[in-house]
Design a protein. Structure first.
Lengths: 260, 152
């Protein structure tokens, strides 16, 4: 019994210690952000590996999610004779929820895990220590550009996801199922509010981008410098990011749409 | 050459993302409505507003000329005070214009329809519309119908 309590306490303290290390890490990374502009070619390279190389998976999943929404929405709406409202259903669910959340989950799996593994391996092969020996600050050289790239890419990817999803819904709804093309877009514009729906979605994606990149870069930095430690850190990145995104989504949705 | 490819593809990626945002703004949402910020506000008191919501359309002859900006309960008049923001280029509404709450379709959203009167004076910013017609409440209608039927 006492052992169990002690174990519980140790686990809890461990969590707090990780949280504290992560916060201190974040503060140092944020204060190193001036390096992003000073070594801009590094940032561009990171934007390429984090953002550009995530494009394909985001666009393809966005298209399919939009097409499925088109199908499912049509099947439900046609029972009420309201198939014309399909555009609104597709756009609202994409812009408010699916765009930011699904993009963040895919982003954590595609880019977050790669960031963790890369930084973890740098640590295991003592590249980070070597940089410090040469008086190169790894926060400026390694962490700041990666953090910035993830933070910037995520909202752009989420916007792309939603836009492609709307087109996917159009392809199925208008092309396959025969909803009127004008009704699809006019319904969409009638129910989707710029400030309340689109901007809220963008704010969500910015928050998710921040959190996912923070978790990914920190997990790599905090990884045990062994091959097993790196694999554990990579798994942790995906699991913790997914939980953080879904939990934050609930809180943000409550804050943004709670009074409606 | 490698660096150039990186830069061009990152530039394209950022452009693509901004284009998607632009698409969401223009094609998907109602951002055009925020552009006509030149509006004037008039108020009207209703006994019952039914399911009227903020941002509901305000129409004249079925054409949308503004939207509902505020709904509040006035505890002194025991009525609902509805504030409407009407586009400034439609400022030729006579003071005896009637505001009625109608429903679009059988289950659609509720909106305010304005029927211009014949007065020479026009509504100004902050004016109050005197003639209003409340929303029809289905339960009241059924109740009235039942009393009529049972009276026969």
């Amino acid at each position: 019994m006492i052992d169990f309590l002690a174990g519980l306490g140790r686990t809890g303290l461990g969590w707090f210690a990780v949280l504290g290390r992560a916060s201190m890490f974040l503060v140092r990374v944020l204060f190193s952000q001036d390096a992003v502009l000073r070594r801009f070619s590094l940032t561009v390279a990171e934007l390429y590996s984090v953002g550009v190389r995530s494009l394909l998976i985001i666009v393809v999943s966005g298209l399919f999610v939009g097409m499925v929404l088109g199908y499912q929405g049509y099947i439900t709406l046609v029972n009420f004779g309201a198939a014309e409202a399909l555009g609104g259903v597709v756009a609202l669910s994409l812009v408010r929820e699916l765009g930011p959340v699904v993009t963040a989950l895919l982003f954590a799996g595609r880019a977050g895990s790669a960031l963790t593994a890369e930084i973890g391996l740098m640590k295991a092969t003592e590249q980070l220590s070597a940089m410090e020996m040469m008086a190169v600050d790894p926060y400026r050289r390694v962490f700041a550009p990666r953090f910035f790239a993830g933070f910037v890419s995520m909202p752009l990817l989420a916007a792309l996801f939603s836009a492609v999803g709307v087109i996917g819904g159009y392809l199925v709804g208008v092309g396959l199922l025969g909803v009127d093309s004008g009704a699809y877009f006019s319904q969409m514009q009638a129910v989707t509010d710029w400030r309340e729906d689109v901007v809220s979605g963008i704010i969500k994606s910015v928050v998710f981008g921040f959190v996912v990149t923070w978790i990914a870069v920190f997990q790599g930095f905090d990884a045990e410098p062994t091959s097993e430690g790196i694999s554990r850190a990579t798994t942790q990145t995906v699991v913790v990011s997914a939980l953080a995104v879904l939990g934050l989504d609930f809180i943000l949705t409550g804050l943004m749409f709670g009074d409606l | 050459m490698k660096l150039r490819f990186l830069e061009v593809s990152v530039g394209l990626f950022v452009l693509l993302g901004i284009a998607a945002l632009f698409y969401l703004a223009v094609q998907v949402s109602n951002i055009a409505e925020y552009r006509d910020s030149d509006t004037f506000e008039v108020t009207a008191y209703f006994d019952h507003i039914g399911g009227l919501k903020v941002r509901a359309p305000v129409t004249a002859s079925g054409v949308r000329i503004g939207r509902v900006s505020r709904i509040a309960y006035d505890p002194e008049r025991f009525q609902a005070r509805v504030t409407m923001a009407i586009q400034s280029d439609h400022d030729y509404l006579p003071v005896d214009t009637q505001a009625s709450i109608f429903t679009a379709g059988l289950l659609g959203e509720q909106y305010i329809a304005l029927e211009p009167g014949g007065d020479y004076e026009m509504l100004q910013e902050g004016d109050e519309m005197l003639f209003t017609q409340s929303a029809l409440v289905l339960e009241n209608m059924i109740g009235r119908f039942l009393t009529n039927v049972s009276a026969d």
